[in-house]
Design a protein around this ligand. Sequence first.
Ligand code: FMN
Ligand code: SF4
Length: 431
Amino acid sequence: MKSELVFSKYYGEPEAAGLNNYLNNDKGYDALKKALEMTPEGITQMVKDSELRGRGGAGFPTGLKWGFIPKTNKPKYLVVNADESEPGTFKDRAIMNYTPHMMIEGCIISALAIDAHIIYVYIRGEFVREAEVLEKAIEEAYSARYLGNTVCGKDYKLDMVVHRGAGAYICGEETALLNSLEGKRGEPRIKPPYFPAVHGAFGCPTVVNNVETLAAIPGIVREGVDWFKSFGREKNTGMKLFCVSGHVNKPGLYEKPYGYPFMKLIEEDCGGIWKGRKLKAVFPGGSSSPVLTAEELKDVALDFDDLQAAGSMLGSSAIMVMDDSTCMVQVAIRTAYFYYEESCGQCTPCREGGKWLLDLNRRLESGNGKMEDLDLIADICDKIDGKTICAFGEATAWPLRSLVKKFRHEYEQHILEGKCPFGGKAPSWEQ
Ligand SMILES: Cc1cc2nc3c(=O)[nH]c(=O)nc-3n(C[C@H](O)[C@H](O)[C@H](O)COP(=O)(O)O)c2cc1C
Ligand code: SF4
C-alpha cells in the first residue's frame, strides 16, 4: 500500500512552522503559483477529479461543495473550520502548530476557486498556542505578498482573519459556527434555507471547510490528481491523519493512506493494547460514531466506505480504543454527559433526550436500573435521531444506541447483580 508523509513529516519540530522552512522543505507556495495560472473552474475541477472528501466529519466531496457557490455579485467567503472539538480529535491542531503555511496556501487556492476575498479561520478558543502560531504565519504570508492587496502580484485582494471561539462544541457545526462568527449565539441554523453555499456568513455564499481538507489542496494542485489518487482507493483518496487515543501502548497521531487496515494500525503502529489486555471496542470516528466491537473490526479498512459498511463512520478519524477492563455503561455515561452538556438546547429531543440518556445510564451503573431501561434508551435514541435541527442529535443517539445494542449483556449484568461488574461507580460531576 503506497504511503508517504504529507502532513506530518515535521511534527514535533516547532521551527517547521516558519515560512522559510515551508518554502525549502515542502515546495511551499509552488502550488499557489500554479493555481494562479489556472481558471477558478479549472481548480475546482481538479479538486473534483482528485475525489478529495471533507475531513471535518461528514466526508462530503470538496470539489462538489465548491461547485455549489452561485456566480452572483454578492461577496463570497471561505471559512476554515478550526474548532476541532470532537472528543478524541487532535489532528487540526497539529497542522496549525507545525505546518500552518500548508493550510494557508490551501486556503488561498480555495479562495481563488470560489472567488472569495476574505478567509475567516474560526479557531477553537482553547487553542491559544495554535492561534498564535497561525497568526504569525499569516503575517509572514502578508509580508511575502501571498495575502493582501495582491496575491503574488496578481490583482486580487485577499485577506485572512483569525476569529477565536469561546469553547462550545456546537460551534464546530458549520451553521452554528457562522452564527458565532457573526457575533450571534452559537446555535445551528435550519437547513433549508440556510445552506452555507447560498445563505452563509453575513447572508452571503460561503464555503466551510475543515483545516485538514484545506491543507490537502496544495499537494493536489502541485503534484497532480494522479499523485493524490495513488494513495488510498476509489472515493477514499489521499493520505490521512488518524488520532489514536485510549488503551494502546503508543497513542498518537498517525498518517496513513485511506484504506489502511484498522487492526494493523492498532496492533503494529500503536504497539497493541496496553497492559497485555485484550481489545474490547473502539469509537472509530470520535464519540459521535457508533461503537464497534473487536470482532467487528477484524477486516475493516480505515476509510469512509468501509467503516460505513461496518455500521459506523470515519467521522473526524478519532479512534478511541477501549480494553476489556472497560465498563461500557461508564462509557455511555461519559458520552451522554458530554452531549447533555454541549446541546445548544434549541430542539426538545436533543435537549431533554440527552438528560434522560444520562440519568438512565447513571441509574444502570449504580445497580438500580430496570430491564425496561434498555429499551427505553433505544427508544429515546430513536426519538432524537433525524428529528433535530442539526446532526448533533445523531451524534448523541448513534453512540448511545450502539452501546446498548452491542453490549446489552453487560447492561443486563449491572441490573442482575445490582452493581457494576467492573467495580465502578457512576461518575458524578454534576446532578
Ligand atoms: C455537532 C457537530 C460538530 C462539528 N464539529 C466540527 C469540528 O470541530 N470541526 C470540523 O471541521 N467540522 C465539524 N463538524 C462538521 C461541520 O459541520 C462541517 O461539515 C465541516 O466543517 C465541513 O468541512 P469539510 O467538508 O472540509 O469536512 C461538526 C458537525 C457537527 C454536527
Ligand atoms: S440538535 Fe441539539 S445541538 Fe443541534 S440545534 Fe438541536 S438542540 Fe441544538
